[in-house]
Design a protein around this ligand. Structure first.
Ligand SMILES: NC(=O)c1ccc[n+]([C@@H]2O[C@H](COP(=O)([O-])OP(=O)(O)OC[C@H]3O[C@@H](n4cnc5c(N)ncnc54)[C@H](OP(=O)(O)O)[C@@H]3O)[C@@H](O)[C@H]2O)c1
Length: 319
């Protein structure tokens, strides 16, 4: 048993947040678990308690600033302090910017960017009062690259990266306060099925697909040894490099690759998913995309894309 800490996880009822709660529970930490859905939170809390963790469940919508402040107060009252705050709460919407209803776009940005900022504001106030604390914000590979059909999510993630970087600069006066960003690639979680969708096809994580436990372990490591940012995903480096160094090639390839690897063949009617309210019945169930073959397929796709890009660049270079 390691030194037990007090860990708040917003977005704990599903996917990466759920795996993170379990990882901290295994470590012996005391947990405050939060998301909008009390039913799903109850299920993950029971799993954490079965591992011996002391758990408090607090259903909160991160778009409600007063409720997020109350969450922080409850954590401090019940457990005395907050050592780590992980925010993995997020929603997603598929569809071109022009197809996406404005209210869906706005709510995704409200939740993923402004909700993340609310959590950061409340967590930092708590850390300042204590003189220490680690905030881990859920970023994405799409905090540093872009792809079609995900404009609201990408707008939010780029904004969150800017916010994280700014907060890192603004907390330089407090050496024991840390702000970290974790940037996963494709991860096998329910977010793809619970996302709002206007493309006609259910989204899926682009290969290579990681298990949420891998990201959770990276988050636990960040809490122990804070870093500005941590990328999780085999193909992240290639995508980042292609996006930053070969924009014209990247823009030619990303649309077809997105339709091939980022959208499934399963049809879906236009719907708002869990953007406005939780879909507790499916959000914490086992995700369905993590097939073993996706790893080699993803690696092969990354290599093919890199080779094609290198070929195009070589052809364009003056002799
Ligand atoms: N899965 C991937 O491939 C992937 C890749 C890169 C980055 N990420 C990032 O990793 C993080 C976790 O994603 P995930 O895939 O684990 O998603 P997920 O399985 O859908 O989990 C999202 C969590 O956020 C909660 N949530 C949504 N809206 C909320 C709100 N307004 N207030 C409070 N909680 C809210 C959900 O619970 P309720 O519905 O009960 O509120 C759920 O617990 C996100 O930041 C995501 O952008 C994921």
């Amino acid at each position: 048993m390691l030194d037990p800490r007090v860990v708040v996880v917003t977005g704990a009822s599903s996917g990466i947040g759920r795996a993170t709660a379990l990882a901290f529970a295994r470590r012996g930490d005391r947990l405050v678990l939060s998301s909008r859905s009390p039913e799903a939170l109850g299920r993950i809390a029971d799993e954490c308690r079965a591992l011996g963790a002391v758990v408090r469940v607090e259903p909160v919508d991160i778009n409600d600033a007063a409720a997020v402040r109350a969450l922080s107060d409850t954590a401090a009252t019940v457990f005395g302090r907050v050592d780590v705050w992980v925010n993995t709460a997020a929603v997603m919407a598929y569809g071109t910017f022009e197809e996406l209803p404005a209210e869906v776009f706005d709510q995704v940005v409200r939740t993923d960017l402004l909700g993340g900022a609310t959590v950061a504001r409340v967590a930092l106030a708590r850390f300042r009062a204590q003189g220490a604390g680690v905030l881990v914000l859920g970023g994405s590979l799409l905090s540093v690259a872009t792809a079609p059909y995900m404009s609201a999510y990408i707008t939010s993630k780029w904004g969150l990266r800017g916010l994280a970087r700014t907060l890192q600069q603004e907390t330089r006066d407090a050496p024991d306060i840390h702000v970290c960003l974790v940037d996963p690639g494709g991860v096998d979680t329910p977010i793809y099925r619970t996302a709002a969708n206007y493309t006609g096809r259910i989204g899926r994580p682009p290969p290579p697909v990681d298990r949420p436990e891998k990201v959770a372990n990276a988050i636990v490591k960040l809490a122990e040894r804070p870093r500005r940012a941590r990328s999780v995903g085999l193909a992240n480096r290639f995508v980042r490099l292609g996006f930053a160094t070969m924009p014209p090639v990247y823009d030619v390839l990303v649309g077809p690759l997105m339709r091939l690897g980022g959208l499934s063949r399963d049809p879906v009617d236009a719907n708002t998913g869990n953007v406005f309210a939780p879909l507790a019945a499916i959000e914490d169930t086992a995700a369905r995309w993590g097939r073993h073959w996706l790893r080699p397929a993803g690696a092969a796709a990354a290599i093919l894309a890199a080779t094609a890009a290198a070929g195009v660049v070589a052809r364009r270079r003056p002799r």
